[in-house]
Each structure stands twice: as structure tokens, then as C-alpha cells.
Write a protein that binds this ligand. Structure first.
Ligand code: DAH
Length: 341
């Protein structure tokens, strides 16, 4: 009688174990059947005290065997579940250690730095010295020595960041001309690339910080023809082709005559297009023959020496070269933009 119910119980348990789909279902069977408190087999063994010693021994053996069978089945099923789980985990976490590593991410030079270095190389090959000047300038070098005295309306041409103590953030690279005239022996040829600052409201075509390259040559008998020759050489190198240029009068207190140099539009070649605003020409750089006042101010005799000077907007040049229509992108620090160059 007792044998039968034990065997039935075991058979039922083994069937449930075989059908279990999860580790939780297995655990439920274990608790229900083998649990020490309230488990079905434990309940049965409780009643064994009433049996005769012989019967107790026999039923005990049956009970033990049933218990062992169930335990074995539980362990085996549990092992299968674990193997499946492990296989899935290995599969999802698999790493191919033979794949080459991606390697360090390399940066590159900013497009403004690149054009600056190109122009430095070019001018060095033409016998020009490359000069550096301070970004925090004094009023004398930024204005007075360039023929822009304090009461001169030309001071308003450039919105200035004034610093306490009377210094300022240089508004152009022209003060380095003055430092060049003070320092170099004549005749002289120099360029001065660098950062300049204007107190401007920022928009697509205005930045408070941008880059210029100043150039100056002083010698005997320097004429507009020399200026044109060097400017054409410069522009041919930058744009990698012949460019047609023209001069228009332009006013800058430190040159006389002063010019705006235009190039024939590289997009349409002359007839007019949106880039040149239908004019066929694009304003590129201001320049001129050095004003005698400026020479004299730096101790150079204008009757013996003359020269030309020019101020190239490096930022603007980069924008033209790569058709960038918003100046803010250049110093914006967005790598997605910079990685294009
Ligand atoms: N310094 C001027 C500016 O930033 C540009 C300039 C004009 C420079 C004429 C020159 C020059 O050397 O000759 O507006």
C-alpha cells in the first residue's frame, strides 16, 4: 500500500522533472517532493514509526531509492539547463581575439594652420622672414605707429577689445610690421601670421577671433608692380591655378595709395554667379604702398626707402578654399566638421 503511493509519487515527480522548462520549475518540484519540511516524501516517512521493524526497513529502502532517483533526475536536468545557459552566454560574449585593434585615433592640423604653414613656406622661399608679435598689444603699435592717432576716425574701423591699463587685444597683424621695422635691417621682407581680435557681434561672417597674415617688403624703388607680382605668386600658390587680379582704391591710414585687391571669381570665371554676387570679382585682400608717415615714424627715410604691405585674412581664405559659408564653424571645436579636412 505504502510502496505504491511512494512509487506513484516518484513516477509523478520524475515526469514533472522531465517536462520542466526552467530551473524555477525544477526547484518547485524539489521543494514539493524532497523538502525536509512538508515535502511529500518527508510526510510519508513521518508515518513510518507505526510500522513493524521489518516493514520499516523495507519501506525505508523503497523510500531511499525513490529519493535517490528523483535527486539524480533533478541534478541531470539542472545540468542540462546550465549547459544551455552557458552556451548562450559564451555565444553572446564571444570575442575574436585575432581581429586587429582599431588603433589610436589620429588628429590632424587645423585647416587654418595648414594654410598658414603653406604660406610661411612660400614666403620663406621668396626671402621673407616669419615674425611673431604679441596678441596683447599696446596702443602705439596697434594704432599710433600705423598712422592712426587717437582722434583719427579710422580707429572706429576696428572695434577694439581694450584691456585695463591701456593695452588691447591686437585688432590686426599690422602692428608686427612696426615691430619688424624696429628690429630688422633694411632692406626687409617679412610676414606675420597670427590671431587677431575684434569686438564684434558674432554671426555667419563675423567672429571676434580670427587669423590674418601680414606682409611687408621695404627696399629701394619698390613699386605697385612688385606688390602685384608677389600677390599673384601668393594667390597662384593658394588656389593652385592662374588667377586674374585687379586693384581698386581702398583706404587704410598706413598705406598710400591703398588698394583692395580682387580676384576674378574662381567659381564662374567672370560672367557672374551667386558667390561673386554677379559681379565676376571677389574682394580678397587689402594692400598698398607703405605710407611715408609710417616709415618715418619707425625711423626709415621715405626718400630712400619705400615698400608695400598687405593684410591677408587667413580665415577668409580657408573659407573660400573649402566653400565654408559659416565662419563660426572654424573655431567651434566640432570634430565632425574638422574631420572633413
Ligand atoms: N590691417 C588691416 C585690417 O586688418 C588690413 C590691411 C590693409 C593690412 C592694408 C595691410 C594693408 O598691410 O596694407 O583691416
Amino acid at each position: 500500500m505504502l510502496d505504491e503511493s511512494i512509487q506513484e509519487l516518484a513516477a509523478g515527480a520524475l515526469q514533472r522533472i522531465a517536462m520542466a522548462g526552467t530551473a524555477e520549475e525544477l526547484e518547485a518540484v524539489r521543494v514539493e517532493v524532497l523538502g525536509r519540511k512538508g515535502g511529500a516524501l518527508a510526510e510519508i516517512s513521518k508515518g513510518m514509526g507505526k510500522l513493524s521493524p521489518d516493514e520499516r526497513k523495507r519501506i525505508g529502502a523503497v523510500l531511499n531509492q525513490a529519493k535517490q532517483e528523483i535527486e539524480t533526475a533533478l541534478d541531470a536536468r539542472k545540468a542540462t539547463f546550465e549547459a544551455v545557459a552557458l552556451a548562450a552566454k559564451l555565444d553572446s560574449e564571444w570575442l575574436d581575439l585575432t581581429v586587429p585593434a582599431p588603433g589610436p585615433r589620429r588628429g590632424h592640423l587645423h585647416p587654418i594652420t595648414r594654410i598658414q604653414r603653406e604660406l610661411e613656406d612660400l614666403f620663406v622661399s621668396l626671402g621673407f622672414a616669419v615674425l611673431d608679435g604679441p596678441e596683447v598689444e599696446d596702443e602705439y603699435h596697434n594704432f599710433d605707429a600705423l598712422n592712426i592717432p587717437a582722434d583719427h576716425p579710422a580707429r572706429d574701423m576696428q572695434d577694439t577689445f581694450w584691456l585695463s591699463g591701456g593695452n588691447l587685444l591686437r585688432t590686426h597683424t599690422s602692428p608686427v610690421q612696426v615691430r619688424g621695422m624696429e628690429r630688422l635691417k633694411l632692406p626687409l621682407r617679412m610676414i606675420a601670421p597670427g590671431r587677431v581680435f575684434r569686438n564684434e557681434s558674432v554671426d555667419a561672417s563675423h567672429e571676434h577671433t580670427f587669423y590674418q597674415l601680414e606682409g611687408m617688403m621695404i627696399d629701394r624703388n619698390v613699386s605697385v608692380a612688385h606688390l602685384l607680382y608677389f600677390m599673384k605668386t601668393l594667390l597662384t600658390a593658394v588656389f593652385q591655378r592662374d588667377v586674374t587680379v585687379r586693384l581698386r582704391p581702398g583706404y587704410f591710414p598706413f598705406v598710400e595709395p591703398g588698394f583692395e585687391l580682387d580676384i576674378q571669381c574662381l567659381i564662374c570665371g567672370g560672367p557672374g554667379c551667386p558667390v561673386c554676387k554677379q559681379s565676376g570679382w571677389v574682394e580678397l585682400l587689402p594692400c598698398g604702398l607703405v605710407n611715408p608717415h609710417v616709415l618715418r615714424q619707425s625711423g626709415i627715410d621715405p626718400d630712400e626707402f619705400g615698400g608695400f604691405a598687405f593684410g591677408l585674412g587667413l580665415t577668409r581664405l580657408v573659407m573660400m578654399r573649402y566653400s565654408i559659408d559659416d565662419i563660426r564653424q572654424l573655431q567651434g571645436g566640432d570634430l565632425r566638421f574638422l574631420e572633413q579636412f
